[in-house]
Ligand binder design. Structure first.
Ligand SMILES: [Zn+2]
Length: 527
């Protein structure tokens, strides 16, 4: 009984945190998944299909009966408050078979003689230090901090098992579990129509190529992909996993959707399609990745928004993002972006600021001292902090403090939209935009489900990649709103029109002086 996790769960009549018995009749799709001892498993899954509960019981089975050490990570900042207390501890309490084996029960660590299960947050790097294990479970991978997840993966280096289980509601196309699933053998839950024997997986819309089973929205039924008659609940329960690429053995990939779960009716799923956002419907109901077309800032979008031209360098705003090595800047006017680069000191940003009489908006973190000095020195140098803003405004100026608060998702959305719709153009040559293209490629938009169940959109950086230029663009764009007297909203630029004459008397002369300095410094950077 101890050998199989499913037999162990059934044999001991385990119950959920709400004391409901755990059964596999309607969760048949979890049986083979749980029994699969492959080294690397990935699941892209809808919500409410029972996988998290089973993973948790499997954690304890691995520690008690397989004598393996498990790290189970979650994306919540407070893993104890958000997961261990409301979910893990009640399950342990209600199931004496787990309690019986437990030797240490602290909040983040459950120990069973020589083996343990650790619960850790995958958002703070400090949480990954100095634990090693045989099995890593990355719960909600798509909402976890990718570099922290990587650190946890390194904690398996000393084990002969090095098992990885990653499971998550998917997010954007090509990222997170969608990316690993695409590399896997891509298992689909195949079900047989009891009327015509047609054997296929089920999707919401019938795919052209595969002629999948589907949801018939007119009749509000699950329909057979061949005879188009109604699939019964028994049909949906009695499936089996079929790999699309059985020869790919590195990763076993599972796709769980609410359509496989017999307790969801077709009418309920149709209702969600009609009343929830597209992203929510894909990520949380279909268990599929989704990226809206107008939020994909890729090479093609950037090149479409590229119209090289020598624009007037007046009404300039400079945005600056910083990292440990230096400052990424973007300089723009209402007619578009005419310069960008990476410099190794704030002095060089100051040169640019003086040369163009520019408004500067910068990221004050992680190194605050010099940005703050600059803000003291110049009245039009602002520090930008991200903050979720109520109402519809995307930015909020605190003029007296020279601080601007920006709603991170909204301001990146605005800039992404401008690129995709070819407004606020890039005025440099296409080959000069390679670094900008690369940085935008590392940033993607997805949805995140909050603990209160609400869903919000968020831009996430790819694992260990840079996306400083998009942020510098966003800061510049906020600065431009200030240049144009925009206040709370990001004002449209006067693209295509002659910009207003600035009040900088003798500006030309000053420009010449500083551009000389700049030419020198720039040639140094080229080396
Ligand atoms: Zn049929």
């Amino acid at each position: 009984m101890a050998a199989s996790n499913v037999a162990w769960i059934l044999g001991n009549q385990f119950v959920t945190e709400n004391r409901k018995p755990i059964e596999f009749t309607s969760h048949r799709f979890l049986i083979d998944y749980l029994a699969d001892n492959h080294r690397h498993k990935t699941s892209k899954k809808s919500s409410q299909i029972g996988e998290t509960m089973c993973e948790l019981l499997d954690d304890f089975h691995l520690a008690i009966h397989k004598k393996l050490n498990v790290i189970h990570t979650l994306h919540t900042n407070d893993v104890l408050k958000g997961f261990v207390r409301p979910k893990v501890d009640p399950i342990i309490q209600h199931n004496p078979e787990i309690v019986r084996h437990m030797t240490i029960n602290s909040e983040g660590l459950k120990q069973f003689r020589d083996n343990f299960v650790f619960f850790r947050g995958a958002n703070a790097e400090s949480q990954a230090i100095s634990i090693s294990a045989d099995v890593l479970k990355i719960d909600e991978k798509d909402r976890s901090n990718p570099s922290v997840v990587e650190m946890f993966e390194s904690r398996l280096d000393f084990s002969e098992y090095r098992w990885i289980r990653e499971f998550s509601n998917p997010s954007a196309v090509g990222f997170g579990v969608d990316e690993t699933y695409n590399r896997s053998d891509q298992r689909h839950w195949f079900i047989r129509c009891h009327r015509c024997n047609y054997y296929m997986y089920i999707d919401y819309w019938q795919s052209e190529g595969d002629k999948s089973h589907y949801v018939d929205t007119e009749r509000a039924i699950f329909a057979c992909g061949r005879c188009h008659k109604e699939l019964s609940t028994a049909d949906r329960c009695n499936g089996e996993w079929v790999a699309k690429y059985p020869t790919r053995d590195e990763i076993h990939g599972y796709w769980f959707s609410q359509m496989m779960a017999p307790w969801f009716t077709a009418a309920e799923i149709i209702d969600k399609q009609e009343n929830k956002s597209v992203e929510f419907f894909y990520n949380f109901v279909l268990g599929k990745a989704y990226t809206p077309a107008d939020m994909i800032v890729d090479r093609a979008a950037i090149l479409r928004a590229c119209a090289p031209s020598n624009i007037m360098r007046t009404q300039v705003a400079i945005g600056v993002d910083q990292d440990a090595g230096g400052q990424y800047y973007v300089a723009m006017t209402p007619q578009g972006i005419f310069d960008h680069g990476y410099v190794d000191s704030w002095d060089k940003i100051e040169h640019l600021k003086l040369m163009y009489n520019a408004v500067v908006v910068c990221d004050p973190n992680p190194y605050q001292a010099i940005p703050k000095q600059m803000a003291n020195k110049y009245r039009d140098w602002y520090l930008c902090y991200f903050k979720i803003l109520d109402g519809l405004s995307s930015v909020q100026w605190k003029e007296a403090e020279q601080v601007v608060y920006a709603d991170r998702t909204r301001v990146i959305d605005i800039r992404a939209n401008e690129i995709v719709n070819a407004r606020m153009l890039y005025r440099q040559r296409p080959h000069e935009l390679e670094d900008i293209i690369a940085h935008w490629n590392n940033l993607y938009r997805t949805t995140e489900e909050k603990e209160d169940g609400r869903v919000r959109s968020i831009w996430i950086k790819k694992e260990d990649r840079q996306s400083d230029y998009p942020f510098a663009e966003v800061y510049a764009r906020i600065g431009l709103a200030q240049v144009l007297g925009g206040g709370a909203t990001l004002v449209e630029g006067t693209s295509g029109q002659e910009p207003k004459v600035t009040n900088l008397t003798g500006g030309d002369k000053i420009s010449v002086d500083f551009s000389g300095i700049l030419q020198e410094t720039m040639s140094e950077f080229d080396e």
